[in-house]
Design a protein around this ligand. Structure first.
Ligand SMILES: [Zn+2]
Length: 300
């Protein structure tokens, strides 16, 4: 196996470990630091979008900056469109990526969601070079169907284009979900709006109007940063939040007698105001809360 492939595989393995620990949205600081390969540090990102670590001859990753509208990143046929560096197709970064394409090497794709936090997607492959549009067309691949053994060339199993478009479209859905989560958690400074718990691993971005309802919106004002316990209690109407941002506990649950989690974690919140984001625009929408609170009242 060539050094190039060894480093790519080491990068994939390292990313897998990080994603198992932290989820698939990783902080830029971690990606900048990267991993150790035979005594050499291999970062995974740099300020430019197309990135080649020093120990490699070809690019390893491509990055989209935070807050670029993600609709722009996907073509109508469901593939990612990655912009050239600048407008010169002969820029060395574009030439490097073209060579990755020619050799069918797998890449890592980082999509900036909020400043400093990136959705990680790998392996991705270049399907097309479009010099007239100054873009590369990128498909996300299923790791299991990539043959990384047998010779120097990485080959993708013969697969129809529709399957790849489908896998890439799942990434788009994931991007929507992760964007909602990151924006909601950022608005609440990564705290539960009910109990102030600060561990990201224990926090969800809860929808006020659930996302299967037609009137649901993926905006921060239809979200609440809630810990796992309070998310489940909110969704199952044990906890209600009035349009005036006051927490209400269901009557029968208020009267129960049980240990400290029930007492402090649930009953103690009755009548308390929720934590609100700094920016008024991010505050929970009163109509959305009212919609949900009516169901809380009905189920009590
Ligand atoms: Zn909580």
């Amino acid at each position: 196996m060539t050094l190039d492939l060894e480093v790519r595989l080491a990068a994939f393995n390292w990313l897998k470990e990080q994603v198992d620990l932290h989820g698939d949205v990783l902080p830029r600081t971690l990606l900048q630091k990267g991993f150790d390969f035979g005594g050499a540090r291999v970062p995974l990102v740099a300020p430019q979008g197309i990135f080649k670590p020093r120990i490699m001859d070809l690019p390893l990753s491509i990055t989209t900056t935070p807050n670029s509208p993600y609709e722009d990143s996907f073509s109508r046929d469901g593939f990612l469109q990655y912009k050239y560096r600048g407008i010169d197709p002969a820029h060395r970064d574009n030439v490097g990526l073209r060579e990755v394409f020619r050799q069918s090497r797998p890449l890592i794709y980082f999509h900036g969601i909020v400043p400093g936090r990136y959705l990680v997607v790998w392996p991705v492959f270049i399907l097309e070079d479009n010099p007239e549009g100054l873009t590369f067309t990128i498909a996300v691949e299923d790791l299991a169907s990539v043959n990384l053994g047998g010779g120097d060339e990485v080959r993708i199993a013969e697969q129809e284009i529709g399957r790849r478009a489908y896998i890439t479209s799942l990434t788009k859905v994931r991007l929507h979900q992760r964007t909602f989560r990151e924006k909601v958690l950022a608005a609440y400074h990564s705290q539960c709006a009910l109990c102030r718990l600060r561990h990201r691993e224990l926090l969800d971005a809860a929808h006020i109007i659930p996302d299967f309802e037609p009137e649901s919106r993926p905006t921060v004002d239809n979200g609440l940063s809630l810990c796992k316990l309070h998310h489940a209690a909110f969704d199952s109407f044990i906890i209600g939040i009035s349009p005036d941002y006051e927490i209400k506990i269901r009557e029968d649950v208020l009267e129960e007698i049980d240990g400290p989690i029930l007492q402090h974690g649930i009953q103690g919140l009755n009548g308390v105001k929720i934590l609100l984001p700094d920016r008024r625009i991010d505050w929970p929408d009163r109509d959305a809360l009212d919609w949900k609170f009516k169901q809380f009242i009905l189920s009590s």
